[in-house]
Structures are given as structure tokens and as C-alpha cells.
Write a protein that binds this ligand. Sequence first.
Ligand SMILES: [Ca+2]
Ligand SMILES: [Ca+2]
Ligand SMILES: [Ca+2]
Ligand SMILES: [Ca+2]
Length: 336
Amino acid sequence: MSLFLSRYSKLIHSASTITSLALIGNLFWLNSARAFDITFSNSGFESSLTDWGTIGDVNTIGSDLVQASNGDTGFINPLGGINQAIVTTGYQTINRIDDVDGSNSTLSFNQSTTTNPVDSDTITANNSVNDFQTQLGLNLYDLSIPRINGDTSTPRTSKEASAIYQDLTFTVTQSEVDAGNNAFEVSFNWAYLTNDGVSGDLGNQDYSFISIYDVTGGTDSTAKNIELLGDSNQSIIAPTASNNYSYGDTTYYDLSNPYTTSVTGLAAGDYTYRVSLGVVDVDNFGRSSALLIDNFSAKQVPFDFSPSAGLLVVAGIFGFKKILQKNDNNGNQVKE
Ligand SMILES: [Ca+2]
Ligand SMILES: [Ca+2]
Ligand SMILES: [Ca+2]
Ligand SMILES: [Ca+2]
């Protein structure tokens, strides 16, 4: 590319970025014409669950409906607008007791009141098209976690789980690859609520996660990235009221501190990426956990047209990630 063309492209790109930023907040957002277009909708859940896929117990809720009793967390309310998404491992109490208080009365943490979390175990016979892993395009042991004593032959396994997901579609051109402009970033606010915690010598139990994978099987089809969000890492304390969790992590439930992650190094082609946000019961079905989500967005990165500057941005983002250890089909740990 000539110097003139390079500068011209940079100018066009800067103008497009301003246009894109001005459009953030619209329910349906298209990135600029210069960048590859990423389609998604209902980013703030203000249209309930429209255009989101759901697995298990998922709902949208408004203010003053769910809280965590640790510290001064209190009610955890939508960030902008009047709705937020909530995903839980809470079973409907009519069928099973997940959470009980000291007097053994039943508490409820299920939010849909109609749907239970779905099977996410690692029994091959239960690995059907309707189980959690299959619906998210994951392998049988992808949600298992290693034992704290380092025993990788018998990983601790997921039992039931729920998730919300949306497919992002876009096209990457060869000129965008040549320019180093072939990555995308998703950004959102999340809070993790839990009645679960550390179990004896085993370690942390429930957790929440984001998974991103290429549905259409392009050049990145083997990458099914799973990143740990919040997990249950404290002493187990029984909850005392329905929808009042023992603990809440609201670090990223702040408009000034969104959580971001990226997929980089895309080849030219048409893509559909499924971005899923879920919560998993580990070791057993009991002691519910939940993930709150608001302000989801996706955009092409880097916005800076300079390939070298873009690489620095991406490296910085990945530097803060906790990557969940995964296991292959034989239960062995594999690095993502
Ligand atoms: Ca919202
Ligand atoms: Ca299963
Ligand atoms: Ca459960
Ligand atoms: Ca649990």
C-alpha cells in the first residue's frame, strides 16, 4: 500500500470509528462500513430476551429483585435501562431442593420459574444433542476442572448449567487481514452471585464463564475459547432468603469497568461466532450460583489502523485474563 493510500485509509477509519461510537446504545448496531460489520442486537436486554438464545434457567429482571448479602453489595440492579439478564444453576424447588436455610425451609433461586438448568455431566450416555456442552458446541470435558491436588486423571465435573448466547456474523476481507485489522472484541458487564464456595480439599466449586467459538467452521474452527469469569472461592454460607445470595462479585458490574476479550488473527472469510455466557454447578447440583449480564457489545479491533499498535492492544487485553484449564476427551488438561 502506498503512503498516500495508507494515510487515506487511516482517515477513513477514524471517521468510521466516530460514527460507530455515536451509534453505541442503539438496540441494533452495525459497525462502520470501513470495518467489517458485526451484527448483534438487544445489547442491554431492554427488549427482554429477544435475539438471544437461552439454555436452562435464564430471564431478564429489573431493579431490587436479586441481591448478595456480603459486605454492602445489596441489590444488584440494571446498568442503564431497566433490564439485565440473569442466568442461574437454580433448580425449581418443586422438583428438588437446591438451597435451604438453617430451619430447612426451601429457598428459591430459579429465575425463569418455568425452566431448569440442563444436564452438563460427563456421562457419555447423557451427552445428547440436548445437553449443555452439545448446545454450546463444546466437548464433553470442556467444563470440567482439575482437582486441586493435581490429579488430572479424574477431573471434577460439571453437573448442570445454564447459558445465554448470541451469534455474531461478519466478513473479513483480505485487505483487512493485510492491514492487521482482522480481530474482534466483545465487551460486557457481569456480576457473579453464589451460595457455593470452597469444598473441603477440592477447592472452588461453581463458576461462570464466557465461551467463543466459530460456528461456521472456518479457519478458526478448532478454537473454542473458554474464559473463567467469577467463581465460588469463599467459605460456604447458607443463604437466608430467596434471591439473596451469600456472596456477590460486582467488580465488572460497573459502566466504567467493562470486561473485554478478543479473538485475533482471523483469515479472510465469512464468520459466525457464538458468544455464550454461562454458569455451572460443579461437583453436585446444589447451592445455586448466578451470572448477571448487561451492556453487551462487539466491535472490530484494532480501531487504530496501524498493525503494530493493534498488536500491543490485543496483548494487553490477554495479559489480564484468567484462562480456564480445559480437559480433553480423555480427561487430560489441555492449554487453550
Ligand atoms: Ca440494560
Ligand atoms: Ca451430559
Ligand atoms: Ca443446581
Ligand atoms: Ca453449586
